[in-house]
Structure formats: structure tokens, C-alpha cells
Write a protein that binds this ligand. Structure first.
Ligand code: AMP
Length: 210
């Protein structure tokens, strides 16, 4: 099973990726996490990606496509996967189709813009397991410590207000056409991402069983 998760920053893709991967019995990866991992290791790729991430822009297609296809072609991932945050541009979607033939399901998390800004400004991430929380809507039981592993939570630099505005603009320009691309292929499953985490999970469970 090859599943793609699409939606604006803050639409809940990352929160649900683990649940979907567990139901589909495959591994999951987030392209943003791959960039952040490279950055924490101070690799050339990570340092390059940071210049784009800090401005809320997309990392160039050639670099992003190579990084994600390397992950897909790793023997532990070839039987299937959940991809969170890739593809985000038409060239990325075309490169993925050329590599794989096609994908099975594309899940689109639909959330109104006002909710996205509110969610991103309160979002907290675990430094170790990358689990995502929200200061008000989905707090960790242990305050600023992750309740899935014992590391601290932090606010991503690109979740700060000035960068968020640009991320949403880039998403509208570059990624909306990708959603249409999969709608035309009849692959798109739209879930109401404005609902609670549990309600979205129930909607996803039904979508995955179809
Ligand atoms: P995310 O964690 O998904 O919000 O991604 C964080 C940042 O990583 C984005 O704002 C982009 O700068 C970069 N990024 C992640 N995925 C992609 C992608 N598919 N194409 C280009 N840039 C990406």
C-alpha cells in the first residue's frame, strides 16, 4: 500500500501519519523530518535545505526528489509507505509516478486557513520523536515534555508568524495544483481535518478500509 498525505502546513498530516502507517502496516516518513534530520547532522543537504525552510519556501525539486526517492528505494520501504509532505509540486508528483507507476491512496486533510494559523502558532514538536502537540488544543500530559518519550518540546522556527504566512502562500501556489492532479486520477480522499484528532482518526479508519 502506497499512501500520500496532502494538506497545508498545520492540517494534521504529521499527527495522523503514525496512525495511518500502523493501520496499513507500512512505514511512514515526512519529507520535512528528513530535512530536519539532515540539518541536525549538519549534512550538506541539511545546510542547503535550511536556507529555504527558514524563509518558508520549498526546497528545490531536484534535491527533494532525490532525497525522497532514496528513502522509497531503501529495501525496508519498498513494500509500501505513507509519505507525509511529498509531493508538494507537480514535478515531484510526476517524478513519483515515473518511479512507481502510481500510488494507491492520496489523503487530503482539508482545513480552513484561519484554523491553520491558530494551529501552527501553538504547535509544539518533540526534539526526539517529532510527535506534534498544541499548547491549547492538544497539550502533552507532561507540560513542555513529550508524553511519548522523555524529551523536551519546542516551537519550530518556521512556525513563527512571519514565516507561516509565506508557507501558506507557497502552499496555495505550488501544492493546490498537485491536489487537482490526484483528483483527476481519482485517487483523492478528502477528510475534514478541522475536526478533533479522534474524529479525524475515525474518518481515516473508514477511508482506509474502503
Ligand atoms: P514540513 O515539516 O512538512 O512542514 O516541512 C518543513 C519544510 O521543509 C517546508 O516548509 C519546506 O521548506 C521543506 N519541505 C518539506 N517537504 C518538501 C517538499 N516536498 N518539497 C519542497 N520542500 C519541502
Amino acid at each position: 500500500m502506497r499512501i500520500l498525505l496532502m494538506g497545508a502546513p498545520g492540517s494534521g498530516k504529521g499527527t495522523q501519519a503514525g496512525f495511518i502507517a500502523q493501520k496499513a502496516k507500512v512505514s511512514s516518513v515526512s519529507s520535512g523530518d528528513l530535512f530536519r534530520k539532515n540539518l541536525s547532522e549538519k549534512s550538506e543537504l541539511g545546510i542547503l535545505a535550511k536556507t529555504f525552510m527558514d524563509r518558508g519556501e520549498y526546497v528545490p525539486d531536484d534535491v527533494t526528489i532525490r532525497m525522497v526517492l532514496d528513502w522509497i528505494n531503501d529495501p525496508s520501504n519498498t513494500s509500501g509507505f505513507v509519505l507525509d509532505g511529498f509531493p508538494r509540486t507537480l514535478p515531484q508528483a510526476i517524478a513519483l509516478d515515473e518511479e512507481l507507476g502510481s500510488v494507491d491512496k492520496v489523503i487530503f486533510f482539508d482545513v480552513p486557513n484561519n484554523d491553520l494559523i491558530e494551529r501552527l502558532s501553538g504547535r509544539l514538536i518533540c526534539r526526539t520523536c517529532q510527535a506534534s502537540f498544541h499548547k491549547i488544543f492538544y497539550p502533552s500530559k507532561n507540560g513542555m515534555i513529550c508524553d511519548k518519550c522523555p524529551d523536551e518540546l519546542y516551537q519550530r522556527d518556521d512556525d513563527k508568524a512571519d514565516v507561516v504566512t509565506n508557507r501558506l502562500k507557497v502552499y496555495m501556489q505550488e501544492t493546490q495544483p498537485v491536489i487537482q492532479y490526484y483528483a483527476k486520477q481519482n485517487k483523492l480522499i478528502t477528510v475534514d481535518g478541522s475536526k478533533s484528532v479522534d474524529e479525524v482518526e475515525s474518518e481515516l479508519e473508514m477511508a482506509l478500509n474502503d
